[in-house]
Design a protein around this ligand. Structure first.
Ligand code: UN1
Length: 457
């Protein structure tokens, strides 16, 4: 990377922020609304670009564009709701108040699997809050980045540099992390990536917002509606060919319904349509790369060596022969295997029996990651336990829904090795701002807080 070019981009981003922060938030919201409307107009073409690059099936690609549109709508609404609290002051004739101000430049590093939505989560919030953004997309999805950047430029020439796309790989990601001009680095990717990048930002006391690996589990209880459950489990485990951070990787099934559940699950898996993602009937496209395929195979091989029962997982001769289509794997385990503790970015679902719900919750939580979790039950005592402080330790906890496919309205992110960041809905916008506590004295005396006296007498 040419450092002179990089410096120019940063300068442009800084000036864009300095101009943009003066635009009243509701007017910023209006421009973001126009951005959303143009994305709406181009929904089908944008989805095609996602399918072309990330190899997502049509309905998921369109769903992803919809997620970006929803974020624009959300940010437009937020533009009139960037509320600061007012607290009662302990001093007479004083006002105590919080004011939220933009940070400056937000660095945004995104992964191949959500090449538009995760940018939208970050950009829409960063922008409505008054920041500019430097976006480093995954090298797999540069066209997706270009497509959104072109729409932004079309919507506003004046604030064009509010979005700057910095294409590249590790070197560019490190440059963003090292750069003290970038107040917040929001990064989505593996835990390994987060562990490498976060210390670089921390060394300059910068802020990070991390959305890293998941190792999501579902607990299936005896009262669960099994048809609904199997559908939810299959979508979460196989959707996006197992390449979502929210993909379901582990299922704990109550012993009383285990056989019945497994029979239905195998039946559902056998009916999956795997093939060219641009063919509307396909439910699963290929893995993103040969190296993903190799990683998946080596995990399955190491399980087979231990005589663990592995169903599926093999390469399929469908679609383009240069690509890697697989039968999603179901792995039946009788004890916790080492392989289950790590996130393999491929459709491998581990299934284990349980008898006691508290044990199942313990197994679910007993991994380093903490993104998403689900319980399938019609017994409210079980679902309430799952949602209590003794329950799931994840950032996302669902009842009778799979682990993936969150709506934008909630805060998105997870605990432990998932990185602790929250993006998208609720009050996640606060991460993109700095909080100013302002005390205003409108009286003619100068009383000090905590009753401190500082008079000459
Ligand atoms: C990701 O995989 O990084 O909840 C994001 C979901 C999607 C977002 C996934 N809305 O599955």
């Amino acid at each position: 990377m040419e450092s002179r070019n990089y410096a120019k981009l940063i300068e442009a981003s800084k000036s864009a922020h300095e101009k943009w922060r003066l635009v009243p938030a509701p007017q910023r919201g209006e421009i973001i609304r126009n951005f959303g409307n143009e994305i709406r107009n181009q929904k089908v073409e944008l989805a095609k670009t996602i399918t072309e690059e990330a190899r997502k099936i049509v309905t998921e690609a369109e769903g992803e564009v919809q997620e970006a549109i929803d974020m624009c709508d959300f940010a437009t609404g937020l533009s009139r709701q960037l509320y600061g609290l007012t607290m009662p002051s302990e001093r007479p004739d004083h006002r105590l108040q919080e004011i939220w101000q933009p940070l400056g430049i937000v660095g945004c590093i995104t992964a191949f699997n959500f090449p538009m939505a995760v940018f939208a989560w970050n950009f829409c919030l960063a922008a409505v809050c008054g920041n500019s953004i430097i976006w480093k997309p995954s090298p797999h999805s540069n066209k997706c980045a270009d497509a959104l950047k072109n729409i932004w430029d079309k919507v506003t020439q004046e604030h064009k540099d509010l979005v700057i796309v910095l294409k590249g790989g590790n070197e560019e990601a490190v440059a963003i992390c090292e750069d003290k001009n970038i107040q917040l680095v929001s990064a989505t990717g593996s835990t390994q990536m987060g562990k490498e990048l976060a210390p670089i930002v921390a060394a300059r006391l910068g802020r990070t917002l991390l959305e890293l690996g998941g190792n999501n589990a579902a607990i299936i209880c005896p009262t669960a509606d099994l048809d609904l459950t199997v559908k939810g489990i299959t979508f979460s485990a196989c959707g996006t060919t197992g390449q979502r951070c929210t993909t379901l990787r582990r299922a704990f099934v109550h012993v009383d319904i285990y056989d019945q559940f497994m029979e239905k699950l195998h039946g559902y898996y056998a009916s999956l349509k795997i093939g060219d993602p641009s063919d509307e009937s396909s439910q699963l496209g290929p893995l993103i790369s040969e190296s993903s395929f190799n990683t998946m195979q080596s995990i399955l091989e190491s399980l087979k060596k231990k005589d663990v029962v592995v169903h599926g997982g093999q390469r399929l001769e469908v679609g383009d022969p240069k690509e890697f289509y697989v039968m999603p794997a179901i792995v039946e385990v009788s004890e916790i295997e080492e392989e289950m503790l790590n996130e393999t970015f491929a459709p491998i679902l581990y299934v284990k029996k349980f008898t006691d719900l508290k044990d199942a919750i313990h197994m679910q939580n007993n991994v380093r990651q903490g993104l998403s979790s689900s319980i399938f039950t019609n017994d409210f005592r079980e679902s309430e336990l799952f949602l209590s402080s003794e329950g799931s330790d994840c950032g996302i906890a669902n009842v009778n829904i799979g682990t993936s496919g969150a709506e934008i309205g909630g805060a998105f992110g997870g605990e432990k090795d998932t990185g602790g960041g929250r993006e998208s809905g609720s009050d996640a916008w606060k991460a993109y701002m700095r909080r100013v506590t302002a005390t205003v004295n409108y009286g003619s005396e100068l009383p000090l807080a905590q009753g401190v006296e500082f008079d000459e007498s």
